[in-house]
Design a protein. Structure first.
Lengths: 244, 307
């Protein structure tokens, strides 16, 4: 579970990006966060990644209070969060396989684990046939799939997607969202920041709208659950057994 | 093992990508270590030659005209009683003349010295040659000997040794200055190389941090890169010295033995065996090269590791 309690973030410049924010996201939820530029969405992601520390209030993720994490504990915490960005952030000098394996290598996974896990995740994301391709040989949608595969490979309990369809056409956007819904259906909490009204409206998922660092509206968990009966809200841990 | 090999591989890839800076850094470290080895070899050998000069040349004591054999014998007894003497040998005037002829006229000694056939120009040059147990006591012993009325002159290796010691001090000062400058340049170049690598790999580092890589994991490839630069920089002079020193040993021995005037120096002007100086050169290579590469890269990359 993710919980923000009276969280504020003031940058050194004096800019108050998040103001007294209270938010609760249950395990296995799918949440859209929408809002204009400067509304505090990205700060929210950075706070969740523990790139930033809240100026006031507490953020708790899976029982861990982020403000109390020691510096040495932050990398381990981040392994439980998968992040996907609008610009994919792939390593252009490495092929698809290596980009995904990279996420396992940097956390010290063994060669055997990598050889077992990467083909499975390639299959899930529909990239099995392209594992040798370099990023510049892939379409935008495929590159984003690689980024999602990399975010998934370490079996995180939460996926944070910051404008994952921002650089994609409609068809590719639909495919990426479909993939994220599938991942969520397996029990992973997914938080998507987006500007795309079409995607949000078509989803029937929970939508949190931010403005000037506060929550302007929240469709709430109940409404979202009603709209999508397939989401296993009660699942505390992602069910990775069938995938990896 | 997979992670370890991965770090090594990425470090080597970095080296290849930054090849120009890597070569510059390696060359500077190589120059630094080479100069250290060179100056070290010169300093220890000059010190050794000075020591050999002090211990093998000994103190020569010449007497005033008319000093009797009994007085000279009494002098010898007093010197031995004074203590600290390892050996004391009497050199007669005839022996001194024969030795002089051999040193200065060489093979033609009899021919050139014919004019002195019935006359010894060194008639009053019989002497005692004194060797001490401890060379550090030489000056005190010389002062003691000069206190005898019968002593005309005392020769010892002081002037040569002083000159060698002064030369060594100068060499040490110059070497410390030059090595310090090169050391600073090496630090600057390694640091720049690592900074450049960090700049090129900023995206990768960000991704690593985002995925949950520890600082040591992010740091490792850069440290591998710096250490490898240091290792390569140390290896070049260490291997070079292996050949150069042995060449110098042979060259010096040949020069001294083939030169009539310098042949007398052959006993004292020999280089210290290579196996005795090499451990220090290896240690210098490890500390100046590998150590500097490791430490500088480790510290430089630290500022890029903000969590």
């Amino acid at each position: 579970m993710i919980e923000f309690k009276n969280v504020s973030k003031v940058y050194e410049t004096g800019n108050r990006a998040v103001r007294n924010l209270n938010l609760k996201i249950d395990d296995g939820e799918f949440v859209f966060i929408v809002g204009r530029s400067g509304s505090g969405k990205s700060t929210l992601i950075r706070l969740l990644m523990r790139e930033l520390k809240a100026t006031e209030g507490t953020i708790t993720v899976n029982g861990k209070e982020l403000g109390r994490l020691k510096r040495s504990e932050i990398p381990k915490y981040r392994r439980g969060i998968g992040v996907v960005f609008q610009d994919f952030r792939l390593l252009n000098d490495r092929n698809v396989y290596e980009n995904i394996a990279f996420a396992q290598r940097v956390i010290g996974a063994s060669g055997r684990e990598i050889r077992e896990n990467v083909p499975e995740i390639l299959k899930l994301t529909g990239l099995s046939a392209k594992y040798k391709n370099m990023p510049n040989q892939l379409s935008g949608g495929e590159q984003q799939r690689v980024a999602i595969a990399r975010a998934l490979i370490n079996k995180p309990s939460v996926i944070l997607a910051d404008e994952p369809t921002g650089n994609l056409d409609e068809k590719n956007s639909e495919e990426i969202m479909k993939l994220l819904y599938e991942i969520n259906a397996m029990g992973t909490t997914v938080i998507v920041i987006t500007h795309s009204r079409g995607i949000v409206e078509a989803s029937g998922k929970r939508v949190i709208s931010m403005e000037k660092g506060t929550i302007r509206s929240d469709t709430g968990q109940a409404a979202a659950a009603q709209a999508d009966e397939t989401v296993p809200w009660e699942t505390a841990e992602p069910n990775w057994g069938g995938i990896i | 093992m997979s992670t370890f090999l991965y770090c090594i591989k990425r470090g080597l890839v970095n080296l290849r990508k930054n090849w120009l800076f890597s070569i510059a850094s390696t060359a500077t470290i190589a120059a630094c270590v080479f100069l250290f080895c060179l100056f070290y070899a010169v300093v220890v050998n000059v010190s050794n030659i000075a020591y050999q000069a002090e211990t093998t040349i000994g103190i020569s004591v010449f007497f005033n005209e008319g000093v009797s054999a009994e007085q000279k014998e009494a002098f010898k007894e007093q010197i031995l009683e004074h203590g600290g003497v390892k050996e004391i040998n009497y050199k007669s005037a005839d022996e001194a003349w024969e030795s002089f002829k051999a040193d200065y006229f060489g093979d033609k000694a009899e021919e050139l010295a014919e004019a002195f056939a019935d006359d010894n120009p060194l008639a009053e040059s019989d002497s005692y040659e004194i060797f001490l147990n401890n060379i550090e006591d030489q000056q005190a012993e010389v002062d003691y000997i000069r206190g005898f009325d019968i002593v005309r002159e005392v020769n010892y290796a002081n002037s040569v040794v002083s000159a060698l010691k002064e030369m060594n001090t100068l060499i040490t000062a110059v070497s410390v200055a030059m090595i310090s400058i090169l050391f600073a340049i090496s630090i600057f170049l390694i640091s720049n190389t690592i900074n450049l690598a960090a700049h090129f790999r900023k995206r990768e580092t960000e991704i690593m941090r985002m995925i949950g890589a520890t600082n040591s994991m992010i740091r490792a490839p850069f440290v591998v890169e710096g250490t490898f630069i240091g290792f390569a920089g140390a290896l070049i002079p260490i291997v070079s010295m292996l050949f150069l020193y042995k060449r110098a040993e042979v060259y010096l021995a040949e020069r001294l033995s083939s030169s009539g005037q310098l042949s007398a120096l052959a006993d004292i002007a020999t280089l210290i065996p290579f196996k005795e100086v090499y451990p220090v050169m290896l240690a210098a290579g490890a500390v100046l090269g590998v150590g500097m590469g490791f430490v500088v890269s480790f510290l430089t990359i630290g500022k890029h590791l903000r969590v």
